[in-house]
Design a protein around this ligand. Structure first.
Ligand code: C6P
Length: 385
């Protein structure tokens, strides 16, 4: 089987599975609650993982790293907590046209509830953001710029550092959707100067069910809790409560303990290889895939034509053949790709496409797999005449 769907979720190394199994077999206990040895060991393993993930993105402190279920929940946390406490009718939030639904819908919910305004930085024909239009939007003094660091459809790597610096210059905060960048590129939040960064473990060799919201300390300190319950409080009376310190203020209830430990093992795995090496490998495979696929007549690749401007994502259309048919026939050859709108319906509308087929690559993919993909696509073309 050839797995070309790592943008949806990556495969997991044995060390991650082993770390989770070890927790369940040897350390299984709830965290932050018990004084017994097992509870202490489990708490330590859970918190060690947080430190590893924090170091992976160069966060100044692991207290700035809130565990969430995934990227989606991390962005919703910002929209619910920061958004509801800070934004009022008429305030502007700037997004881009290449956002995943999880960085559009939370803001649309807020727009319906609070009357905030949303404007989108256009995507140009070459798959890059229109930075002139972005600067025009900044002149409207938005409160927040929330954007993806890497498109899950076009593969476009956005100029995050510049977007953030320009947002700050205009007095706006910047939220980075790192769902696709953190797994594939070296990401340094301190260097980026991001106010918020959201990402998911399951796209970076880790388990499903756990993700991260990184935030600047002062911002997280000032935000009200997102959900109420156990662990997020310092003290509760019949009349009210006081919030726990960071990051626990945002981690109500028993968290995904085994998953956090698995996440730590995933970060160890990626760190041992080195994110520079991961990025170089993917760029090489992507450039090769773009060369191979562009030899196929009737195949149109979406997004930047230069592999250096892209992560390991090659979405395409095949003239006259529906993407679902393409994906189904590739599947018969043991090749897993994704077909559809990839949770980016507005972007597909903008491109005038109902759907596309997407092959995506990670550290374990090879040129031979790309060759097999090209052969299978030719087969699809022959089948459909
Ligand atoms: N994209 C894809 O196949 P979650 O589901 O919360 O882990 O990640 C959401 C998300 C947010 N932003 C971007 C840029 C993403 O690519 C994703 C997830 C997957 O493209 C699943 S829809």
């Amino acid at each position: 089987m050839i797995y070309l769907d790592s943008t949806a979720t990556s495969q997991k190394p044995s060390s991650v599975l082993q770390a989770m199994e070890d927790y369940y077999r040897r350390q299984n206990a709830n965290i932050h609650r018990g004084v017994h040895t097992l509870a202490e060991e489990a708490t330590q393993a859970y918190e060690e993982a947080r430190k590893k993930v924090a170091a992976f993105i160069h966060a100044p402190s692991s207290r700035q790293l809130v565990y969430t279920r995934n990227t989606t929940e991390a962005i919703n946390l910002v929209a619910y907590s920061w958004g509801r406490s800070q934004l009022k009718a008429g305030d502007l939030v700037v997004l881009t046209e290449m956002e995943h639904h999880s960085n559009i819908v939370p803001w649309q919910i807020l727009a319906a509830e609070r009357g905030i305004q949303i404007r989108y930085v256009p995507v140009m024909e070459d798959g890059l953001l229109d930075m002139n239009a972005y600067h025009d939007l900044l002149a409207l003094k938005p409160r927040l710029v929330a954007f993806t660091h890497m498109s899950n459809v076009l593969g476009t790597i956005t100029p995050a550092k510049q977007i953030i610096a320009d947002a700050h210059q205009a007095g706006a905060l910047a939220l980075v959707d790192g769902a696709q960048s953190v797994p594939h590129l070296p990401v340094d939040v301190a260097d980026l100067d991001a106010d918020f960064l959201a990402f998911s473990a399951h796209k970076m060799c880790g388990p499903t069910g756990i993700g991260v919201l990184y935030g600047k300390m002062a911002l997280l300190e000032s935000m009200p809790p997102f959900m109420g319950g156990g662990d997020m409080i310092r003290r509760v009376t019949f009349e009210g409560f006081t919030s726990n310190e960071l990051p626990y203020k945002f981690e109500a209830g028993t968290p995904a303990i085994a998953e956090a430990i698995g996440f730590g093992a995933a970060v160890d795995y990626l760190s041992q290889i080195g994110m520079d090496a991961v990025a170089v490998h993917e760029q090489e495979i992507t450039a090769y895939a773009m060369d191979r696929l562009s030899e196929i007549s009737g195949l149109q690749i979406l997004g930047p034509v230069d592999a250096h401007q892209k992560g390991g994502v090659v979405s395409f259309t095949l003239q006259g053949i529906h993407p679902h048919d393409v994906a189904q026939i590739l599947d018969e050859d043991g090749i897993a790709v994704r077909a559809g709108h990839h949770c980016a319906m507005p972007l597909h509308q903008k491109l005038g496409l109902p759907a596309s087929t997407r092959a995506s690559f990670y550290l374990y993919n090879t040129r031979e797999e790309v060759d097999a993909l090209a052969v299978s696509i030719e087969k699809v073309k022959n089948l459909f005449g």
